[in-house]
Design a protein around this ligand. Structure first.
Ligand code: AMP
Ligand code: MG
Length: 402
């Protein structure tokens, strides 16, 4: 049985290199940059006002005080989107607004609140407060210098980063292709939600949860029909799914019972098993295999085992496949509000609920068929075998569950 880290290393070593494709920026959120993107322009692209006010020469208003205002002649107005032609002269000012290009000849902006206009002399502005040179001015290139790096290879294209790319004028970027993942659920007991249940039957819940995690991981999922527990059905389903997808994620049928057909059916259709079983709870009977260039992830059927092994072993593979530098789950430290016990012989990834202060609670009963605690959880804590982590212990919380 493999340790988790060894299993993950073997999977990541097998994942194909990312394939770059051109993606419009409007579809780039959540994708992974496969290119180093250099800034085509400075940001801001011109010196501009940070305030509604008056563009001035700082030296002209140096003596200004509330009880001794400096009088400047108003020479014009530049709204955001306009530009000033010519040169602003000494002892004059120009009306500007937030984002207005700074008129040539000006070197500061006096905010409107520090000025006064006399009703009878509206062509003059009284400045009641001095400004330092470049005060209230956003300088060209102070945010981004042309040629500097907007995104590195392997960076996630977050909302913030795509905003930066848009501000830099880019409409398209290069991103790693998102693999198409087939989802198969095996089990003769399974029925589709919404249908009638017969005796001994249960509703299938893994494909919907896994497809949500797949979408979040940036992969494209194809949901295949339910697969009964016969060798022939499992073989046919695997062949069809591998024909249409880059990888197949199955649930169920990976244990040792005579109704567990995934491993034998996969080999029968020409797949090569790389390993079976990982020393974790939940999810020990996890299967990994190769089908030519394509990959099989065989998850256990218990809903908690399926989702947790997906997060620990499949998600990193899908992220790497798209070119991500960082493939780990988001994580942070938290403090246990109650003890977490793992009396068993394997590491237990315990479902937890972490609050906004970083206090960590058990999400409920931890058996691998228990969905109520899955629904409550927003994190996992890795508790070593034969260990109880006491209340007050600082732990690392792996985040998931939005
Ligand atoms: P298996 O891994 O096939 O032995 O299944 C383990 C347990 O998970 C059994 O109780 C199954 O009925 C249940 N199970 C398997 N697949 C699913 C599924 N897709 N949705 C809900 N429960 C499942
Ligand atoms: Mg089964």
């Amino acid at each position: 049985m493999l340790e988790l880290e060894e299993a993950l290393a073997r999977i990541l070593a097998t994942v194909p290199a990312p394939v770059s494709e051109t993606v419009s920026l409007s579809a780039a959120h959540g994708r992974i940059s496969t290119a180093r993107i250099a800034a085509p322009i400075d940001l801001p692209i011109f010196d501009n006002s940070a305030m509604d006010g008056y563009a001035v020469r700082a030296a002209n208003v140096a003596p200004a005080r509330a009880d001794a205002p400096v009088r400047l002649r108003l020479r014009g107005r530049v709204a955001a989107g306009e530009s000033f032609t010519g040169e602003m002269a000494d002892d004059t000012c120009i009306r500007v607004f937030t984002g207005s290009p700074l008129p040539s000849g000006a070197d500061a902006v006096v905010m409107q609140e520090d000025t006064r206009v006399e009703a009878e002399r509206s062509e003059d502005i009284l400045v009641m407060e001095a400004v330092k040179p470049w005060e209230n001015v956003r300088l060209r290139g102070e945010d981004i210098k042309q040629g500097s790096v907007l995104a590195k290879v392997g960076d996630q294209l977050t909302a913030g980063r795509i905003s930066l790319l848009a501000a830099s004028g880019l409409a398209q970027i290069k991103a790693g292709r998102q693999p198409v993942i087939g989802l198969l659920a095996t089990g003769s007991e399974l029925r589709e939600p919404g249908e009638a249940l017969g005796p001994g039957k249960i509703y299938e819940s893994n494909r919907i949860g896994l497809s949500a995690l797949l979408r979040h991981a940036g992969a494209d999922s194809r949901i295949f029909p339910l697969v009964p527990d016969t060798a022939k059905d499992v073989r046919e389903a695997l062949e069809l799914a591998f024909k249409q997808c880059d990888a197949v994620v199955t649930s169920g049928g990976v244990s040792v019972g005579e109704m567990d057909f995934i491993k034998s059916a996969f080999e029968a259709v020409g797949g090569k098993l790389e390993f079976w079983r990982v020393a974790v709870k939940p999810g020990r009977p996890f299967v990994f295999g190769r089908y030519g260039e394509k990959l099989l992830f065989g998850l256990p059927g218990n809903p908690v085992s399926a989702l947790v092994t997906f997060l620990l072993l499949v998600r990193p593979a899908l992220r790497r496949w798209q070119g991500a530098a960082d493939v780990s789950l988001p994580a942070h430290s938290g403090v246990l509000a109650e003890a977490l016990a793992n009396p068993g012989p394997r590491r237990h990834f315990i479902r937890v609920k972490v609050d906004a202060d970083g206090k960590v609670f058990s999400a409920g009963v931890q058996a691998s068929h228990v969905l109520s605690s899955l629904a409550e959880a927003n994190g996992l804590v890795d508790v070593p075998p034969g260990t109880t982590l006491m209340a007050g212990t600082t732990v690392r919380v792996l985040r998931w569950g939005d």
